[in-house]
Design a protein around this ligand. Structure first.
Ligand SMILES: [Mg+2]
Length: 332
């Protein structure tokens, strides 16, 4: 049997049950943005790790080493943000082809350092090894949160509003521009920057998780179409998403017009935006959104709501049924 017949999640489901009985009380393992480890009566630790492989996650001649350093930290911090946590420390394991220039690695580490400074996350260890062909970068971040306050994917409730913290589809458009070597107009440059140097929404995640009415939360690494079903399965509910409410940047709208892109599909299914996706009790939404607006000078975007029934998304466009087609990112 080949791996592509079961996919990434089929593979995970094959071994996950073998380890579940080894979890100690209060620990949660595979299946959320971070694992949760109880520490004491007040605190829990959050652990996440992500691997970036040359040729799979990045093209060495398309992203600068500095940007690659930023991205490898940001995608991990985004998982800490998704739980409402605060980062404590980072670990870096890296496999390097032996013909790599030291100056390239210096720039990579400068990128990692800039994010470490921004979020006060020390690099505390890791491993360095030779790679026979491609560069591979694995970052692990440990964070913490108040006991019982971590937001998990299984916390959504029927009737919750589904909200996102910022514009969607920019990163997918940036990738498209990189792959097709589009001329770097200001709009295209902004989209490529979103793809290469995403911002982890640490402060946003901390604010959102301070409100009891914010239920489930995760970060958008693969896009709403692929990521929201994780919340729906874990919470045992369904969702209706109104695509006309998906927040789309001016840059994406203008580039989509110029290049004939379908920006609704990009916003619904494009990956690597690293915005937060959360579900909020309707009665709490105004207070949460007011605080969000006064802290971050932007509003939450409400894109739909949680329903009962099967764990799938019903897509609407201005109330009419919308066929998104077969989209979303899949490994293997
Ligand atoms: Mg995640």
């Amino acid at each position: 049997m080949l791996l592509n017949s079961i996919g990434e999640f089929g593979f995970i489901e094959r071994f996950k049950p073998m380890f579940s009985h080894l979890l100690n009380s209060g620990q949660t393992g595979i299946g959320d943005d971070c694992a949760i480890i109880p520490v004491n009566e007040k605190e829990e630790w959050l652990v996440t790790t992500d691997l970036l492989v040359e040729g799979v996650h990045f093209l060495k001649d398309a992203i600068s080493p500095y940007q690659l350093g930023v991205k490898s930290m940001a995608v991990n911090l985004s998982d800490i943000a998704a739980m409402g946590g605060t980062p404590i420390g980072a670990f870096l394991s890296i496999a390097i082809p032996k013909d790599t220039e030291v100056e390239y690695l210096d720039e990579l580490m400068k990128g990692i350092h800039s994010v470490a400074e921004r979020y006060s996350v020390p690099l505390m260890g890791g491993d360095t090894t030779k790679s026979l062909q491609h560069l591979a970068i694995n970052v692990c971040i440990i964070g913490n949160c108040e006991k019982g306050k971590a937001r998990r994917r299984g916390m959504a409730k029927v009737g919750d509003l589904i909200c996102v913290s910022g514009n969607l589809g920019d990163s997918a458009a940036g990738l498209e521009a990189v792959l097709n070597k589009f001329p770097k107009t200001p709009a295209i440059t902004a989209l490529i920057d979103k793809h290469h140097t995403p911002t982890p929404r640490i402060e946003e995640g901390a604010l959102l998780s301070s409100y009891a009415g914010v239920h489930a939360m995760m970060d958008l690494s693969d896009g709403v179409a692929s990521d929201l079903p994780h919340i729906l399965k874990a919470s045992g509910c369904g969702a209706i998403i109104e695509v006309s409410h998906l927040p789309i940047s001016d840059e994406l709208r203008s580039a989509a017009e110029e290049y004939g892109w379908d920006c609704l599909s990009m916003a619904a299914a494009g990956g690597e935006d690293y915005e937060l996706l959360c579900t909020i009790a309707p009665s709490d939404f105004d207070a949460v959104n007011e605080a969000f607006k006064s802290n971050f000078s932007k509003e939450l975007s409400t894109i739909g709501f949680i329903t009962g029934g099967a764990s799938c998304i019903k897509w609407l466009d201005n109330g009419e049924e919308f066929n998104l087609g077969n989209v979303g990112f899949q490994h293997f």
